[in-house]
Design a protein around this ligand. Structure first.
Ligand SMILES: Cc1cc2nc3c(=O)[nH]c(=O)nc-3n(C[C@H](O)[C@H](O)[C@H](O)COP(=O)(O)OP(=O)(O)OC[C@H]3O[C@@H](n4cnc5c(N)ncnc54)[C@H](O)[C@@H]3O)c2cc1C
Length: 395
């Protein structure tokens, strides 16, 4: 999870219209992570003939969407655009959970632990939360200690609890979307894709690693942290990949409940902040460090832990949750962040091909938005909405 510092923004700014694709037209979506999977599903529902292709499968271990869980939270400082996108996404996640009879959302709440009287990333979202009738609850130190005795509150000023947030089952959700897409008539292929030739400002087709080629009216590359390497001339310096580690610590055998039932938490010190997702599927007390890691190759990079980052996480854990001071590391993962320069998502067409679109730049906060983003992209392709200004290549 990443807390990007966005400028205040609404989604109402005029963006760029795209050439409308008539229903029945064919679309190839490359990448079945959160962005590509949901977008393929919503394009299918708009009446397009959609093929979804992924090299290693939906929610695979190399992808950004391939971890156990991701945070869903509305809080975006003064940025109303992402606040609203999250509200829509939360509704859609819950609708699909019912439709597919699959647990996707854990509405455990998100606890923001604040050091200063004023914490802009939370405080500036409070008016939006009230507007949507999704208010946050302020907890003074005594109340934090009463409700959550496992927390050391010594250096905190107060906390905010967003009771509408929580976490999503990430890799399982990608697979549920994939199955839903197939059930509604979508076609899938497992193969690595390379873009073919450009002619007359159009991409002419895709080359697949199984030796086949594929032609469509429109091509959408939702390839997460691979986008920079796939299109080095255009995206090489725009979408960069860094390695990020998450750790799962074992909860005490004689007192697991206060740890497993603890909300998703974010330590809002405004620096290299820590966050965690406790108690999903008995995987342990998950801790993430949101410091940008080293540059990483998501295809061939080994997923071996960096002991320095682990020792920072352990030190922080012992400080904030003293009962976990000697907790064993029971699992871990190295995941790729697919960073855009300003943390905004990217959706635009290739400057030399009007029928080739990029979708990416999740920048450590994109997963939760998958369904709302997919819905929005389908409206844009259908010619009903412009591309929001903040998604454009030249923004
Ligand atoms: C450690 C970590 C913590 C995060 N925490 C949160 C969080 O708490 N909340 C949140 O909302 N977001 C979070 N994020 C961000 C979120 O996970 C990503 O923004 C999101 O998963 C991106 O999805 P995507 O579909 O763009 O990319 P991916 O999930 O990486 O999917 C891209 C897909 O493209 C496929 N692919 C790539 N190249 C090719 C090719 N040439 N041919 C065929 N297939 C190809 C890959 O196999 C992959 O399946 C976090 C990210 C990380 C790394």
């Amino acid at each position: 999870m990443s807390l990007n510092t966005f400028a205040p923004q609404t989604g109402k700014a005029t963006g760029k219209p795209v050439e409308r694709l008539q229903p029945g037209g064919s679309i190839a979506v490359v990448g079945a992570g959160s962005f590509g999977g949901w977008t393929a599903l919503y394009l299918l529902r708009k009446g397009y003939n959609v093929t979804l292709i992924d090299a290693w499968g939906p929610g695979n271990s190399r992808s950004s969407s391939g971890d156990e869980t991701r945070v869903i939270r509305s809080t975006y400082g003064a940025n109303e655009f992402y606040f609203d996108l999250n509200v829509r996404a939360l509704t859609l996640w819950k609708e699909h959970e019912v439709q597919w009879k699959t647990r996707l959302v854990q509405n455990k709440g998100v606890l923001w632990m604040c050091y200063e009287a004023h914490t802009p990333v939370v405080d500036n979202s409070i008016p939006f939360a009230e507007k949507h009738h999704m208010p946050y609850e302020r907890l003074e130190k005594t109340e934090i200690a009463k409700r959550y005795p496992i927390v050391n509150t010594d250096d905190l000023s107060h906390a905010w609890l967003d009771p509408y947030g929580g976490c999503l089952r990430a890799r399982e959700a990608c697979q549920a979307v994939y199955k839903g897409f197939i059930a509604e008539g979508g076609k899938v292929i497992q193969a690595q894709v390379m873009p073919g030739k450009f002619e007359h400002h159009r991409l002419t087709g895709l080359q697949l690693s199984n030796g086949q080629s594929l032609q469509a009216d429109l091509y959408l590359f939702a390839c997460g942290s691979w986008l920079g390497k796939l299109f080095p001339d255009v995206l090489g310096s725009i979408i960069t990949c860094t390695r990020q580690e998450v750790y799962y610590f074992g909860v005490p055998h004689d007192n697991p409940a206060p740890y497993e039932n603890f909300p998703v938490w974010i330590d809002a010190d405004g620096k290299d902040f820590y966050y965690g997702i406790p108690g999903n599927n008995y995987r342990g007390f998950k801790v993430g460090v949101d410091e940008r890691g080293e540059a990483f190759d998501p295809t061939v990079g080994d997923r071996v832990l960096n002991p320095n980052v682990l020792s920072k996480a352990r030190k922080f854990l012992a400080h904030r949750f003293p009962g976990l001071k000697d907790a064993p590391l029971v699992e871990n993962r190295v995941c790729p962040y697919e960073n855009s320069p300003d943390g905004n998502f990217l959706f635009d067409h290739h400057p030399e091909a009007n029928n080739l679109f990029f979708l990416g730049g999740g920048s450590g906060h994109g997963f939760k938005h998958g369904p709302a983003l997919g819905e929005l992209i389908s409206e844009i392709i259908a010619g009903n909405k412009p591309i929001p200004q903040q998604f454009l290549l030249n923004r």
